[in-house]
Design a protein around this ligand. Structure first.
Ligand SMILES: [Zn+2]
Length: 431
Protein backbone atom coordinates (compact mmCIF):
# COMPACT_ATOMS: atom_id res chain seq x y z
CA UNK A 1 0.00 0.00 0.00
CA UNK A 2 1.08 3.54 -0.61
CA UNK A 3 0.05 6.73 1.21
CA UNK A 4 0.14 10.11 -0.56
CA UNK A 5 0.20 13.00 1.90
CA UNK A 6 -1.42 15.54 -0.39
CA UNK A 7 -1.84 18.27 2.22
CA UNK A 8 -2.54 18.93 5.89
CA UNK A 9 0.81 17.38 6.80
CA UNK A 10 2.57 20.72 7.40
CA UNK A 11 -0.34 22.77 8.74
CA UNK A 12 -3.63 22.79 10.57
CA UNK A 13 -6.05 22.77 7.67
CA UNK A 14 -6.71 21.55 4.10
CA UNK A 15 -6.60 17.86 4.97
CA UNK A 16 -6.33 15.49 2.02
CA UNK A 17 -4.83 12.02 1.87
CA UNK A 18 -4.77 9.47 -0.93
CA UNK A 19 -4.33 5.74 -0.30
CA UNK A 20 -3.36 3.28 -3.03
CA UNK A 21 -3.89 -0.44 -2.58
CA UNK A 22 -3.48 -2.94 -5.43
CA UNK A 23 -3.54 -0.16 -8.02
CA UNK A 24 -6.78 1.36 -6.70
CA UNK A 25 -6.85 4.79 -5.10
CA UNK A 26 -9.14 6.17 -2.39
CA UNK A 27 -9.15 9.80 -1.27
CA UNK A 28 -9.91 10.74 2.32
CA UNK A 29 -10.96 14.34 3.05
CA UNK A 30 -10.72 17.41 0.83
CA UNK A 31 -10.41 20.47 3.06
CA UNK A 32 -9.52 24.14 2.82
CA UNK A 33 -7.08 26.11 4.94
CA UNK A 34 -9.05 28.85 6.63
CA UNK A 35 -6.17 31.04 7.89
CA UNK A 36 -4.86 31.37 4.32
CA UNK A 37 -8.16 33.00 3.37
CA UNK A 38 -7.69 35.59 6.14
CA UNK A 39 -4.19 36.50 4.92
CA UNK A 40 -5.44 37.27 1.42
CA UNK A 41 -7.87 39.86 2.66
CA UNK A 42 -10.83 40.88 0.53
CA UNK A 43 -10.94 37.76 -1.57
CA UNK A 44 -14.08 35.88 -2.35
CA UNK A 45 -12.88 32.30 -2.79
CA UNK A 46 -15.84 31.42 -4.97
CA UNK A 47 -14.47 33.90 -7.55
CA UNK A 48 -10.93 32.45 -7.64
CA UNK A 49 -9.88 29.72 -10.05
CA UNK A 50 -8.83 26.34 -8.76
CA UNK A 51 -5.21 27.11 -9.79
CA UNK A 52 -5.21 30.40 -7.84
CA UNK A 53 -6.62 28.69 -4.78
CA UNK A 54 -3.86 26.06 -4.98
CA UNK A 55 -1.16 28.71 -5.44
CA UNK A 56 -2.43 30.62 -2.40
CA UNK A 57 -2.34 27.32 -0.44
CA UNK A 58 -6.05 27.58 0.37
CA UNK A 59 -6.94 24.20 -1.18
CA UNK A 60 -4.78 21.06 -1.56
CA UNK A 61 -2.62 20.72 -4.67
CA UNK A 62 -3.78 17.35 -5.98
CA UNK A 63 -2.72 18.00 -9.58
CA UNK A 64 -0.56 14.84 -9.69
CA UNK A 65 -3.41 12.53 -8.66
CA UNK A 66 -5.61 11.69 -11.61
CA UNK A 67 -8.05 9.06 -10.50
CA UNK A 68 -9.76 7.67 -7.44
CA UNK A 69 -12.43 5.05 -6.79
CA UNK A 70 -14.08 7.09 -4.03
CA UNK A 71 -13.81 10.27 -1.98
CA UNK A 72 -14.43 9.65 1.71
CA UNK A 73 -15.23 12.63 3.95
CA UNK A 74 -14.66 12.02 7.67
CA UNK A 75 -16.80 14.95 8.94
CA UNK A 76 -18.26 18.33 8.01
CA UNK A 77 -15.59 20.81 9.14
CA UNK A 78 -14.32 23.09 6.36
CA UNK A 79 -10.75 21.86 6.76
CA UNK A 80 -12.04 18.38 5.85
CA UNK A 81 -14.71 18.99 3.20
CA UNK A 82 -14.40 22.66 2.11
CA UNK A 83 -12.41 21.91 -1.08
CA UNK A 84 -14.96 19.40 -2.38
CA UNK A 85 -16.63 21.99 -4.66
CA UNK A 86 -13.24 22.75 -6.28
CA UNK A 87 -11.55 19.35 -6.48
CA UNK A 88 -14.08 16.52 -6.39
CA UNK A 89 -15.47 16.76 -9.89
CA UNK A 90 -12.32 15.70 -11.76
CA UNK A 91 -12.37 12.31 -10.04
CA UNK A 92 -15.78 11.29 -11.30
CA UNK A 93 -16.06 9.24 -8.11
CA UNK A 94 -18.76 9.03 -5.45
CA UNK A 95 -18.47 11.02 -2.22
CA UNK A 96 -19.03 8.69 0.72
CA UNK A 97 -20.00 10.13 4.10
CA UNK A 98 -22.57 10.32 6.90
CA UNK A 99 -25.94 12.04 6.25
CA UNK A 100 -25.15 15.39 7.91
CA UNK A 101 -21.88 15.80 5.98
CA UNK A 102 -23.64 14.85 2.74
CA UNK A 103 -26.28 17.53 3.46
CA UNK A 104 -23.42 20.04 3.68
CA UNK A 105 -21.97 18.79 0.37
CA UNK A 106 -25.42 19.06 -1.18
CA UNK A 107 -25.40 22.78 -0.34
CA UNK A 108 -22.25 23.25 -2.47
CA UNK A 109 -21.89 23.00 -6.21
CA UNK A 110 -21.05 19.30 -6.11
CA UNK A 111 -21.80 17.10 -9.14
CA UNK A 112 -20.43 13.81 -7.78
CA UNK A 113 -22.80 11.10 -6.61
CA UNK A 114 -23.35 11.33 -2.87
CA UNK A 115 -23.29 7.94 -1.20
CA UNK A 116 -24.61 7.65 2.35
CA UNK A 117 -22.86 5.43 4.89
CA UNK A 118 -24.02 4.83 8.47
CA UNK A 119 -21.88 3.92 11.46
CA UNK A 120 -21.18 0.20 11.41
CA UNK A 121 -21.84 -0.28 7.66
CA UNK A 122 -18.97 -1.76 5.68
CA UNK A 123 -19.05 -0.67 2.04
CA UNK A 124 -16.96 -2.32 -0.66
CA UNK A 125 -15.01 0.11 -2.87
CA UNK A 126 -13.32 -1.56 -5.82
CA UNK A 127 -11.64 -4.96 -5.51
CA UNK A 128 -9.21 -4.36 -2.67
CA UNK A 129 -10.80 -1.97 -0.20
CA UNK A 130 -13.93 -1.63 1.89
CA UNK A 131 -14.70 1.26 4.22
CA UNK A 132 -16.24 1.41 7.68
CA UNK A 133 -17.15 4.49 9.76
CA UNK A 134 -16.65 4.10 13.52
CA UNK A 135 -18.57 6.45 15.81
CA UNK A 136 -16.51 9.04 17.69
CA UNK A 137 -17.15 12.42 19.32
CA UNK A 138 -15.79 15.78 18.06
CA UNK A 139 -17.02 19.40 17.92
CA UNK A 140 -19.42 18.70 15.04
CA UNK A 141 -22.04 15.94 14.81
CA UNK A 142 -21.49 12.76 12.80
CA UNK A 143 -17.72 12.50 12.90
CA UNK A 144 -16.09 9.17 12.15
CA UNK A 145 -12.84 7.36 12.61
CA UNK A 146 -12.56 5.91 9.10
CA UNK A 147 -11.35 2.33 8.76
CA UNK A 148 -10.21 0.98 5.40
CA UNK A 149 -10.23 -2.80 5.33
CA UNK A 150 -7.76 -3.57 2.55
CA UNK A 151 -6.22 -6.68 1.03
CA UNK A 152 -2.95 -5.57 2.69
CA UNK A 153 -4.31 -4.84 6.17
CA UNK A 154 -6.40 -2.25 7.96
CA UNK A 155 -5.77 1.49 7.72
CA UNK A 156 -7.32 3.64 10.46
CA UNK A 157 -7.76 7.36 9.76
CA UNK A 158 -8.45 9.27 13.01
CA UNK A 159 -8.64 12.87 11.89
CA UNK A 160 -10.39 14.51 13.77
CA UNK A 161 -11.58 13.04 17.04
CA UNK A 162 -12.17 13.67 20.73
CA UNK A 163 -12.92 11.11 23.44
CA UNK A 164 -15.93 12.63 25.22
CA UNK A 165 -17.46 10.07 27.59
CA UNK A 166 -20.27 12.40 28.72
CA UNK A 167 -21.33 14.17 25.52
CA UNK A 168 -24.54 16.24 25.45
CA UNK A 169 -25.51 15.08 21.96
CA UNK A 170 -25.18 11.43 20.95
CA UNK A 171 -23.37 8.71 22.86
CA UNK A 172 -19.78 8.19 23.93
CA UNK A 173 -17.24 6.93 21.36
CA UNK A 174 -17.52 3.33 20.16
CA UNK A 175 -14.52 2.09 22.17
CA UNK A 176 -15.68 -1.54 21.82
CA UNK A 177 -15.38 -1.44 18.05
CA UNK A 178 -12.04 0.40 18.19
CA UNK A 179 -10.62 -2.24 20.54
CA UNK A 180 -12.00 -5.02 18.35
CA UNK A 181 -10.33 -3.48 15.30
CA UNK A 182 -7.13 -3.26 17.35
CA UNK A 183 -7.37 -6.98 18.18
CA UNK A 184 -7.98 -7.86 14.53
CA UNK A 185 -4.74 -5.99 13.70
CA UNK A 186 -4.09 -2.51 12.32
CA UNK A 187 -1.42 -2.04 9.67
CA UNK A 188 -1.37 1.75 9.64
CA UNK A 189 -2.77 4.58 11.76
CA UNK A 190 -3.03 8.06 10.21
CA UNK A 191 -3.78 10.40 13.10
CA UNK A 192 -4.41 14.11 13.75
CA UNK A 193 -2.08 16.03 16.10
CA UNK A 194 -3.80 19.42 16.52
CA UNK A 195 -3.96 19.32 20.36
CA UNK A 196 -1.20 16.81 21.09
CA UNK A 197 0.72 19.47 23.03
CA UNK A 198 -2.05 19.73 25.65
CA UNK A 199 -1.40 17.42 28.59
CA UNK A 200 -4.04 15.13 30.05
CA UNK A 201 -7.41 14.44 28.46
CA UNK A 202 -9.67 16.90 26.66
CA UNK A 203 -12.58 18.02 28.90
CA UNK A 204 -16.15 17.05 28.02
CA UNK A 205 -18.66 19.35 26.32
CA UNK A 206 -20.77 18.77 29.45
CA UNK A 207 -18.53 21.30 31.22
CA UNK A 208 -19.78 23.94 28.79
CA UNK A 209 -23.36 22.79 29.40
CA UNK A 210 -22.96 23.58 33.12
CA UNK A 211 -21.26 26.88 32.37
CA UNK A 212 -24.13 27.84 30.06
CA UNK A 213 -26.63 27.04 32.81
CA UNK A 214 -24.83 29.50 35.10
CA UNK A 215 -24.60 32.10 32.36
CA UNK A 216 -28.28 31.89 31.46
CA UNK A 217 -29.23 32.11 35.18
CA UNK A 218 -27.50 35.47 35.41
CA UNK A 219 -28.41 37.08 32.07
CA UNK A 220 -29.13 40.79 32.29
CA UNK A 221 -32.22 42.59 30.99
CA UNK A 222 -30.53 44.40 28.06
CA UNK A 223 -29.27 43.18 24.68
CA UNK A 224 -27.80 39.66 24.76
CA UNK A 225 -25.54 38.26 22.05
CA UNK A 226 -23.90 34.83 21.92
CA UNK A 227 -21.36 33.89 19.29
CA UNK A 228 -19.94 30.44 18.57
CA UNK A 229 -18.88 28.04 15.79
CA UNK A 230 -21.73 27.55 13.30
CA UNK A 231 -20.75 23.89 13.01
CA UNK A 232 -20.96 23.31 16.77
CA UNK A 233 -24.54 22.01 16.64
CA UNK A 234 -24.23 20.35 20.06
CA UNK A 235 -23.37 23.65 21.78
CA UNK A 236 -26.04 25.63 19.92
CA UNK A 237 -28.65 22.98 20.75
CA UNK A 238 -27.67 23.11 24.44
CA UNK A 239 -27.82 26.89 24.53
CA UNK A 240 -31.33 26.93 23.05
CA UNK A 241 -32.44 24.20 25.45
CA UNK A 242 -31.07 26.00 28.52
CA UNK A 243 -32.55 29.37 27.52
CA UNK A 244 -35.96 27.79 26.95
CA UNK A 245 -35.80 25.88 30.23
CA UNK A 246 -35.52 29.24 32.02
CA UNK A 247 -38.66 30.44 30.20
CA UNK A 248 -37.21 33.85 29.45
CA UNK A 249 -39.66 35.90 27.50
CA UNK A 250 -37.28 36.24 24.55
CA UNK A 251 -37.22 34.99 20.96
CA UNK A 252 -33.95 33.38 19.84
CA UNK A 253 -32.51 34.59 16.53
CA UNK A 254 -29.71 32.65 14.85
CA UNK A 255 -28.01 34.92 12.33
CA UNK A 256 -25.36 34.50 9.63
CA UNK A 257 -24.81 32.65 6.37
CA UNK A 258 -22.79 29.78 7.81
CA UNK A 259 -25.19 29.48 10.78
CA UNK A 260 -28.03 29.01 8.32
CA UNK A 261 -26.05 26.42 6.32
CA UNK A 262 -25.07 24.23 9.30
CA UNK A 263 -28.38 24.54 11.17
CA UNK A 264 -30.46 23.69 8.10
CA UNK A 265 -28.19 20.70 7.32
CA UNK A 266 -28.60 19.51 10.91
CA UNK A 267 -32.39 19.84 10.71
CA UNK A 268 -32.56 18.11 7.31
CA UNK A 269 -30.44 15.19 8.50
CA UNK A 270 -32.57 14.73 11.62
CA UNK A 271 -29.97 15.72 14.23
CA UNK A 272 -31.62 18.93 15.39
CA UNK A 273 -35.15 20.10 16.11
CA UNK A 274 -35.68 23.75 16.76
CA UNK A 275 -38.53 25.04 18.92
CA UNK A 276 -41.02 27.65 17.69
CA UNK A 277 -39.33 30.63 19.33
CA UNK A 278 -36.11 30.05 17.37
CA UNK A 279 -35.66 31.68 13.96
CA UNK A 280 -32.71 31.28 11.60
CA UNK A 281 -31.72 33.94 9.04
CA UNK A 282 -28.84 33.59 6.59
CA UNK A 283 -29.47 36.14 3.85
CA UNK A 284 -28.01 39.65 4.36
CA UNK A 285 -31.26 41.47 3.54
CA UNK A 286 -33.27 39.28 5.94
CA UNK A 287 -30.73 39.96 8.68
CA UNK A 288 -30.93 43.75 8.18
CA UNK A 289 -34.74 43.64 8.30
CA UNK A 290 -34.99 41.55 11.45
CA UNK A 291 -32.32 43.62 13.24
CA UNK A 292 -34.36 46.78 12.58
CA UNK A 293 -37.13 45.05 14.47
CA UNK A 294 -34.84 43.84 17.27
CA UNK A 295 -33.32 47.31 17.76
CA UNK A 296 -36.59 48.66 19.15
CA UNK A 297 -37.03 45.94 21.80
CA UNK A 298 -33.69 44.30 22.47
CA UNK A 299 -34.93 42.78 25.71
CA UNK A 300 -37.31 40.55 23.75
CA UNK A 301 -34.55 38.74 21.86
CA UNK A 302 -31.37 36.72 22.28
CA UNK A 303 -29.03 36.64 19.30
CA UNK A 304 -26.74 33.73 18.35
CA UNK A 305 -24.43 35.02 15.63
CA UNK A 306 -21.28 34.38 13.59
CA UNK A 307 -18.08 36.33 14.28
CA UNK A 308 -16.41 34.78 17.35
CA UNK A 309 -12.97 35.29 15.78
CA UNK A 310 -13.71 38.83 14.55
CA UNK A 311 -14.01 37.63 10.93
CA UNK A 312 -14.49 40.62 8.66
CA UNK A 313 -17.91 39.84 7.17
CA UNK A 314 -19.41 38.07 10.16
CA UNK A 315 -22.46 39.43 11.99
CA UNK A 316 -20.83 40.36 15.31
CA UNK A 317 -17.97 42.18 13.56
CA UNK A 318 -20.43 44.11 11.42
CA UNK A 319 -22.49 45.02 14.50
CA UNK A 320 -19.33 46.30 16.25
CA UNK A 321 -18.39 48.28 13.13
CA UNK A 322 -21.79 49.96 12.96
CA UNK A 323 -22.62 48.22 9.66
CA UNK A 324 -25.93 46.73 10.85
CA UNK A 325 -29.03 48.30 12.45
CA UNK A 326 -28.30 46.72 15.88
CA UNK A 327 -26.25 49.12 18.06
CA UNK A 328 -24.32 47.98 21.11
CA UNK A 329 -25.27 50.05 24.18
CA UNK A 330 -23.88 50.17 27.73
CA UNK A 331 -24.94 47.06 29.64
CA UNK A 332 -25.43 44.81 26.61
CA UNK A 333 -23.78 41.42 27.09
CA UNK A 334 -21.64 39.56 24.56
CA UNK A 335 -20.69 35.91 25.19
CA UNK A 336 -17.89 34.27 23.20
CA UNK A 337 -18.52 30.50 23.27
CA UNK A 338 -15.14 29.95 21.63
CA UNK A 339 -11.46 30.41 22.30
CA UNK A 340 -9.19 32.51 20.10
CA UNK A 341 -7.63 30.47 17.31
CA UNK A 342 -3.94 31.17 17.97
CA UNK A 343 -2.56 32.68 14.80
CA UNK A 344 -1.37 36.31 14.82
CA UNK A 345 -3.94 37.60 12.35
CA UNK A 346 -6.77 36.05 14.23
CA UNK A 347 -5.51 37.32 17.58
CA UNK A 348 -5.30 40.85 16.13
CA UNK A 349 -8.77 40.91 14.61
CA UNK A 350 -10.36 39.39 17.71
CA UNK A 351 -8.61 42.01 19.87
CA UNK A 352 -9.97 44.77 17.62
CA UNK A 353 -13.49 43.33 17.86
CA UNK A 354 -13.43 43.04 21.65
CA UNK A 355 -12.03 46.55 22.04
CA UNK A 356 -14.75 48.05 19.84
CA UNK A 357 -17.48 46.19 21.73
CA UNK A 358 -16.05 47.29 25.07
CA UNK A 359 -15.78 50.93 23.95
CA UNK A 360 -19.46 50.83 23.05
CA UNK A 361 -20.22 49.66 26.60
CA UNK A 362 -20.68 45.91 26.21
CA UNK A 363 -19.93 43.50 29.02
CA UNK A 364 -17.71 40.81 27.51
CA UNK A 365 -17.61 37.16 28.59
CA UNK A 366 -15.04 35.14 26.69
CA UNK A 367 -13.17 31.85 26.27
CA UNK A 368 -16.24 29.80 27.20
CA UNK A 369 -14.92 26.79 25.34
CA UNK A 370 -13.53 23.27 25.42
CA UNK A 371 -11.65 21.81 22.48
CA UNK A 372 -13.01 19.23 20.06
CA UNK A 373 -9.62 17.56 19.67
CA UNK A 374 -7.89 14.74 21.52
CA UNK A 375 -5.22 15.77 24.04
CA UNK A 376 -1.99 13.87 24.64
CA UNK A 377 -3.41 11.16 26.94
CA UNK A 378 -6.43 10.64 24.67
CA UNK A 379 -3.92 9.95 21.90
CA UNK A 380 -2.10 7.45 24.12
CA UNK A 381 -5.45 5.72 24.81
CA UNK A 382 -6.17 5.46 21.07
CA UNK A 383 -2.70 4.05 20.38
CA UNK A 384 -3.12 1.39 23.06
CA UNK A 385 -6.57 0.46 21.75
CA UNK A 386 -5.42 0.07 18.15
CA UNK A 387 -1.82 -1.04 18.60
CA UNK A 388 -0.99 -0.22 14.94
CA UNK A 389 2.09 -1.57 13.17
CA UNK A 390 2.89 1.78 11.54
CA UNK A 391 1.90 5.40 12.24
CA UNK A 392 1.77 8.55 10.12
CA UNK A 393 0.80 11.69 12.10
CA UNK A 394 -1.04 14.46 10.23
CA UNK A 395 -3.18 17.61 10.65
CA UNK A 396 -0.52 19.66 12.41
CA UNK A 397 2.61 21.74 11.89
CA UNK A 398 6.04 20.19 12.34
CA UNK A 399 6.02 20.99 16.06
CA UNK A 400 2.74 19.16 16.66
CA UNK A 401 3.75 16.23 14.49
CA UNK A 402 7.12 15.97 16.32
CA UNK A 403 5.30 16.07 19.62
CA UNK A 404 3.22 13.10 18.46
CA UNK A 405 6.43 11.28 17.51
CA UNK A 406 7.67 11.76 21.09
CA UNK A 407 4.46 10.25 22.45
CA UNK A 408 4.70 7.31 20.05
CA UNK A 409 8.35 6.76 21.07
CA UNK A 410 7.21 6.58 24.70
CA UNK A 411 4.89 3.80 23.50
CA UNK A 412 7.74 1.89 21.83
CA UNK A 413 7.65 3.17 18.24
CA UNK A 414 10.83 4.36 16.48
CA UNK A 415 11.04 7.28 14.07
CA UNK A 416 11.58 6.22 10.45
CA UNK A 417 11.17 2.52 11.38
CA UNK A 418 7.52 2.38 12.31
CA UNK A 419 6.47 6.02 12.64
CA UNK A 420 7.00 8.31 9.66
CA UNK A 421 6.87 12.08 9.20
CA UNK A 422 5.51 13.00 5.78
CA UNK A 423 5.53 16.48 4.26
CA UNK A 424 2.86 17.70 1.85
CA UNK A 425 3.01 15.92 -1.50
CA UNK A 426 5.24 13.14 -0.25
CA UNK A 427 4.37 9.49 -0.69
CA UNK A 428 5.24 6.53 1.52
CA UNK A 429 5.14 2.88 0.62
CA UNK A 430 4.17 0.61 3.50
CA UNK A 431 5.25 -3.03 3.06
ZN1 LIG B 1 -12.79 18.74 12.73
Amino acid sequence: MEVFAISGYEEVGRNMTCIEVGGERIIIDMGIRVDRILIHEDIDISKLSKEDLMKKEIIPDDSYIHSAKAIIISHGHLDHYGAVPFLAEKYNAPIISLPFTLELCRRERVRNDLYKIDYGDIIQIGRNVSVEFVYVTHSIPQTAIVVLHTSEGKIVYACDFKFDDTPTLGSKPDYDRLKEIGREGVKLLIVETTRIEEFGRCPSERIIYYMLENIVDKLGDRGIIFTTFSSHIERIKNLIEIINKKQLDREILILGRSMERYISAAIDSGILNIPENVHVYGKPEQIVEILKEVKRKKDKYILIVTGHQGEKDAILTRIANGKLPYKIEPGDEVYFLAGTIPNPLNIAQKYALETKLRMQGARIFKDIHVSGHAYREDHRDLLRMLNPEYIIPCHGDLKMISSYVELAEEEGYRLNKDIFILRNNQGKRIE
